[in-house]
Write a protein that binds this ligand. Structure first.
Ligand code: CTP
Length: 402
């Protein structure tokens, strides 16, 4: 997968730099072409001679060569690369990248590069967990840069915790995986809703549903894998998504989900509403716990906002809006009605009549119907595979401007 790929590596001043010569050797063995940028501080940990010998290319640090006055173009290097890997990246360089402080060749090249950027932090655990580092990582992720998360273990300081740069073999796996994947949503911003909503009845009770959130989360991961920057608005679920390239906003009620979706929608290219939003919510939430009585209890419900329909009203010509329909009868007709009524580009139809489809399962069986009425039926598949089918169809719509 790495054969013929042009990989630019930026090395900053961390003890983890000792791992990079091995990484370069492995990349070259895989057939990749490697060029290296070394910050001044990184010279204390690894030598240009080692790196130029292993990569077969000169190693760059400064904009100008002292002896010859020759200029090293950060723009040219940025354009040359198929991928820019900054590893190890220190807290200091993270801060520069997040804020556009191009005071060295390595960061100037980062700003000029049009290719995908990966970065592998290496630092002490307290530095890694500092709010400023966390904020910088969030900023870089919002730029679409991909973090190679540090592993936990013994750190150079003797402390134990998160902060150890990933091993070269693991980095090779991540980069190979990246080139294997289609990157058809690079540069796209995507909004996804997932999971159920809980509508409070009183301080201890709510009306909810059995949505597990698995389908929406699988779609979010697939978009992130294929290069999109993802905003996931999630109701209460039992899924722990441990990746920094999906930004999650956790909500509880339909109203909170509506507010979060409406806020994010204007700046996205694609929105997929996979959440099972409550259609009704209690008219009044009791302030105190409702006491048991002998007679029956009536709770007045009022309708919630149909978020998907609301987005359909606000949608501009370039945005692609995708909804779900969970039906138990007249599936196709009901789905088509929803598609038109809510101004969608695509609807994903689940029928509860299909075994293994719907809430709670790891599998799903869907039919996709686009706004021109074109309908495709799929086999029962894992939700991960279903997510791929949905994204392939969305990509078809975006390419063909349908
Ligand atoms: N949806 C939404 N906001 C709501 C209700 C539904 O955004 N308040 C979205 C869901 O995320 C899904 C789609 O609308 O993408 C369809 O939901 P579904 O419950 O199947 O349809 P409804 O329009 O609510 O109609 P009904 O329940 O009558 O079938």
């Amino acid at each position: 997968m790495l054969k013929g790929k042009k990989i630019l590596i930026g090395i900053t001043g961390s003890i983890a730099a000792y791992k990079i010569p091995l990484l370069v050797r492995l990349l070259v063995k895989e057939g990749a072409e490697v060029k290296i940028l070394l910050s001044h501080e990184a010279h204390d940990f690894v030598t240009p001679l080692t790196l130029s010998t292993l990569s077969g290319n000169p190693v760059f640090t400064d904009f100008f060569e002292d002896n010859t006055g020759e200029w090293t173009s950060h723009v040219e290097l940025g354009n040359w690369a198929d991928l820019y890997l900054i590893a190890p990246v220190t807290a200091n360089t993270l801060g520069k990248m997040a804020n556009g402080l191009a005071d060295n060749l390595l960061v100037a090249t980062y700003l000029a590069a049009k290719c995908p950027v990966f970065y592998a932090p290496a630092m002490d655990l307290d530095m890694y967990k500092h709010p400023s580092t966390e904020r910088n990582i969030e900023v870089l992720n919002s730029f679409g840069n991909r973090i190679i998360k540090p592993a936990s273990g013994e750190l150079a300081s003797g402390l134990y915790g998160e902060g150890r740069m990933e091993e070269p073999e693991k980095i090779i796996d991540i980069l190979s995986g990246f080139f294997k994947k289609k990157q058809d949503f690079t540069g796209k911003k995507v909004l996804i809703s997932a999971g159920p909503t809980y509508e409070a009845i009183d301080p201890v009770r709510f009306i909810g549903n059995h949505s597990s959130g698995k389908m929406g989360y699988a779609i979010a991961e697939e978009f992130a894998d294929r290069g999109a920057s993802v905003e996931l608005i999630s109701g209460p679920v039992n899924i722990h998504l441990d990746r920094n390239d999906v930004h999650i906003t956790k909500v509880t009620s339909a109203e909170e989900m509506r507010d979060a979706c409406l806020k994010a929608f204007p700046s996205v290219d694609i929105a997929v509403m996979a959440a099972a939003v409550a259609d009704y919510t209690p008219d009044n939430v009791a302030k105190e716990k409702i006491k048991k009585k002998d007679n029956s209890l009536v709770i007045d419900l009022k309708p919630t906002t149909d978020i998907l329909a609301e987005l359909g009203k606000r949608k501009n010509k370039k945005q692609i809006l995708v909804g779900f329909a969970l039906e138990t009868e007249n599936e196709l007709k009901n789905a088509l009605d929803k598609l038109h009524k809510k101004n969608l580009d695509l609807i994903v139809l689940n029928s509860l009549k299909d075994k293994g489809a719907g809430f709670g399962f790891d599998t799903n069986k869907i039919r996709l119907i686009d706004k021109n009425g074109e309908s495709t039926e799929y086999d029962l598949k894992s939700k991960k595979e279903v997510a791929k089918d949905i994204l392939d169809k969305i990509n078809y719509i975006q390419i063909n401007n349908r």
